[in-house]
Design a binder for this molecule. Structure first.
Ligand SMILES: [Zn+2]
Length: 233
């Protein structure tokens, strides 16, 4: 697992203030990632404590300062450190495998879709071809900030070079792809923004991703005009 979710985003998740599209991707990643799962758990307990502190003492400043100090500690905690934590049977059996969401999350999550993506089956979706090697499914999450798509790339597909006009979050569902940041495999959560111009390449078995985009991608390669037309929503 090379890619994790940054602390600010996890804090928003724990507070329940994250957008529906992101809460879905964070829930998917936490299922795969003991490190982020532990961080969410820590943030939840720290955040809860500090909320109580500020309410009881009527001193929000001190509570907030302590919260920030605690978060700083979490942020600097070694993310490479192995966190010995496995999902319990309760997690696995509860609610079709998404019981872990009840244990660790506060944000609103589209549960039917989460279940569908955790037990992923390509045949369960109606794919639209963008090119001979790239297909997509648009997912409706009623999220005003983000557009959410499944993207499927056949083996070794080069995705035309593009920059991002806004934030883009990618969760790898199946297979893998690589770009200038490295190889991203199933379970990885990757954040990109306008500073990232890349031309990802799908791995040997292809790749299926959940793509969450704040603004349309801007394709700059040879297929640019065609793909920009598909990407403009
Ligand atoms: Zn992680």
């Amino acid at each position: 697992m090379n890619n994790h979710i940054d602390t600010e985003l996890l804090l928003n998740y724990v507070e329940g203030s994250v957008e529906p599209a992101l809460s879905l991707a964070i829930a998917l990643h936490q299922k795969h990632c003991p490190t982020c799962r532990q961080k969410i758990k820590d943030l939840e307990s720290h955040y809860g404590e500090n909320l109580e502190l500020s309410e009881s003492s009527h001193n929000e400043g001190a509570g907030f300062d302590r919260l920030i100090t605690d978060i700083a500690k979490l942020t600097t905690a070694d993310t490479n450190k192995a966190v010995p934590q496995v999902l319990t049977n309760h997690d696995r059996e509860n609610n079709g495998g998404i019981g872990f969401v009840d244990d660790y999350a506060v944000a609103e999550i589209n549960r039917p879709l989460l279940k569908q993506l955790l037990n992923f089956n390509q045949d369960g979706f109606e794919w639209q071809k963008l090119t001979s090697n790239i297909s997509t499914v648009e997912l409706e999450l009623y999220d005003v900030s983000f557009k959410v798509n499944l993207l499927r790339f056949s083996a070794k597909t080069k995705i035309p070079k593009h920059t991002h006009l806004g934030k883009e979050f990618t969760f790898v569902i199946e297979g893998d792809f690589k770009d200038h940041k490295g190889t991203h495999t199933a379970g990885d959560f990757i954040a990109c923004d306008g500073s990232d111009e890349h031309s990802p390449v799908a791995g040997d078995t292809g790749c299926v991703c959940l793509a969450i985009t704040e603004a349309p991608l801007k394709f700059t390669g040879i297929l640019g005009p065609l793909l920009n037309r598909y990407a403009s929503y």
